[in-house]
Design a protein around this ligand. Structure first.
Ligand SMILES: [Zn+2]
Length: 317
């Protein structure tokens, strides 16, 4: 009887369930909106239904499920499997997720926060393959990281390692979601870039960014900044320069502390490519110590939209 792996990716907007064979090759997947306003009982029920649907489609039964991996927004406790109110799932306060899944499937799932699971996925299946020390940085709504050291996720004493977005780079700088000021995330996340672009465009409306939103400043996102920068718009290029400086500074700090082989940066860096990565590399080289800075590679993450599917599976493959 063949066995299979189940991966569950729980996000604020969508739930995804994948089924893979025991080598981690994905056989099938389903996505559904999370409808977080309906609460966690709804989401759990939906996830169980999605698993059963997939098993049915692949002509498998629950008995053939070997392991279950869950990737979910943190904070969460990987030992007890309890999820503590992730920002994108506000009513998931102290949900014993691993216990709930175990009581349904009689299998203790492996649970990990999405940045850590993403790092494992990039390490096993993406641009981190072949390296022992890999940092995977998310750069979208927030900035976080999963850190793989000697082939293992660095969890820290209370599963909080990797909060790289909350290193303070500008004392009394812009307010961050964590309550502090001047964190890397408050400067370089997508919403932070958008906010600063809007402020700059209000002062200087002679920019292509404004054309891209038909003159509606409130519609400016990081995507428009990137697009305008690609056509050499001076204001957009200024913003990219700022963002790459602070990202480079943040990464240089990490490079000195973790000494990774490679740092992979997600979403915004993937969309921007060398426009952002080249100045980041220069800053890292300038600001980090010579030995760790000299060997580290700074590259875009590779798995893109597939990362969620592979993240959960990479916990159990
Ligand atoms: Zn912060």
């Amino acid at each position: 009887m063949s066995s299979c792996l189940v991966g569950i990716d729980i996000g604020g907007t969508k739930l995804a369930v994948v089924i893979a064979n025991s080598d981690g090759r994905i056989l099938n997947k389903i996505r559904q909106p999370t409808k977080s306003y309906k609460g966690f009982e709804y989401a759990i029920r939906l996830i169980f239904d999605m698993i059963d649907q997939l098993l049915h489609l692949e002509q498998l039964t629950r008995d053939q499920v070997l392991s279950i991996g869950i990737s979910c927004g943190g904070p969460l406790d990987t030992q007890t499997g309890v999820v503590y109110s992730p920002p994108n799932l506000p009513d998931w306060e102290a949900i014993p997720l691993a216990d709930i899944v175990e009581s349904e499937f009689k299998i203790r799932p492996v649970i990990e926060n999405d940045a850590n699971a993403g790092a494992l996925a990039e390490w096993r299946f993406g641009a981190g393959r072949g390296y022992n020390h890999v940092v995977f940085m998310t750069m979208s709504t927030g900035i976080g990281a999963g850190i793989v050291v000697d082939g293992r996720i660095l969890h820290g004493a209370s599963d909080c390692a990797g909060e790289v977005g909350h290193q303070v780079l500008i004392p009394n700088g812009p307010v961050c979601g964590c309550g502090n000021r001047g964190c890397l995330e408050a400067i370089c996340s997508g919403p932070a870039i958008a906010k600063r672009a809007q402020e700059k465009v209000r002062k200087n409306p002679h920019t292509k960014i404004l054309d891209l939103v038909d003159g509606n400043i409130a519609m400016i996102r990081s995507e428009e900044v990137l697009e305008a920068a690609k056509s050499a718009d001076p204001l957009a290029l200024d913003l990219i320069k700022e963002v790459s400086f602070y990202m480079g500074w943040g990464i240089a700090n990490l490079v000195n502390i973790v000494n990774p082989d490679i740092v992979l940066v997600g979403t915004i860096a993937v969309a921007a490519g060398d426009l952002l990565l080249e100045p980041i590399r220069r800053t890292v080289l300038e600001m980090s110590m010579q030995r760790p800075g000299g060997i580290v590679k700074i590259m875009p993450a590779q798995l893109g939209q597939h990362i969620g599917d592979l993240a959960a599976i990479s916990l159990v493959v």
